[in-house]
Design a protein around this ligand. Structure first.
Ligand code: PEP
Length: 251
């Protein structure tokens, strides 16, 4: 039985105003059948206002794909937690592998962004994952544990309810190559233990998402794993029927 509780769409730098309309309409149609699943859509910044106007009365949460660690000031191109919250954004991805790789985000920055998000009352979705070489060398857990521990530094127990971890093996993101349910569960079980060690019993309940080429035809098997509580979905979140099918697999 799937036990997923949270499915997050990451549109990356894709989509337009039309997609916000058609996707929110498609999700709205399913909401009554998806009562066990929390849905979050993370469009590019420019589409957040449009999506907010579509989702305002619905149980579809809006997320951002990144956020500044700074509250305000001379940071050209950046967007703060308060600016996001003004548009109803309640989730934010931090440390996505594309941010780490292409925009040089370090573990320290990921931690600062996570702290900024939770201190503002937002939910931080912290992404961690190894690349292909690190997996092949047998260093998967070492890499993932280092990223996760660094991201969680100074996060107090009372903020645990605002933290989600997403395991996203870099080699599986956008490649069509998915971690097997066993590979994913193996890392998730270790992340679960890490969360319990840091946060105590509440760590058992903190959502652990899997991301990396989740599709309509592999979602149910992944979501059925004991410690996989949902998914972070990239490419397959851009087509209404695919994303709806993934959300249904989580129900
Ligand atoms: C992602 O970008 O977080 C992701 C998981 O992408 P995809 O589903 O396309 O692999």
């Amino acid at each position: 039985m799937p036990n997923a509780s949270l499915v997050i769409a990451n549109w990356k730098m894709n989509g337009n105003r039309e997609l916000t309309k058609t996707m929110s309409a498609a999700l709205r149609e399913q909401l009554s059948q998806l009562q066990q699943v929390k849905l979050v859509v993370c469009p590019p910044f420019t589409l957040i206002g449009e999506l907010a106007s579509q989702c305002y009365y619905d149980d579809i949460a809006i997320g951002a794909q990144t956020v500044s660690e700074h509250p305000s000031g001379a940071f050209t191109g950046e967007v703060s937690t308060a600016q996001l919250q003004e548009f109803g954004v309640s989730y934010v991805l931090v440390g996505h592998s594309e941010r780490r790789q292409l925009f040089s985000e370090t573990d320290d920055m990921v931690n600062e962004k996570a702290l900024a998000a939770v201190n503002a009352g937002m939910t931080a979705v912290i992404c961690v994952g190894e690349n292909k070489a690190q997996r092949d060398e047998g260093n998967t857990w070492e890499v993932v544990a280092k990223q996760a521990k660094a991201a969680l530094i100074n996060l107090p127990k009372e903020k645990a309810g605002k933290v989600v971890l997403a395991y996203e093996p870099v080699w599986a993101i956008g490649t069509g190559e998915t971690a097997s349910p066993e590979q994913a569960q193996d890392v998730h079980a270790k992340l679960r233990a890490l969360l319990v060690e840091q946060f105590g019993a509440i760590g058992e309940k903190m959502p652990l998402l899997y991301g990396g080429s989740v599709k309509a035809d592999n979602a149910a098997e992944l979501f059925a794993q004991k410690d996989i509580d949902g998914g972070l979905i990239g490419g397959a979140s851009l087509k209404e029927s695919d994303f709806v099918a993934i959300c249904q697999a989580a129900q």
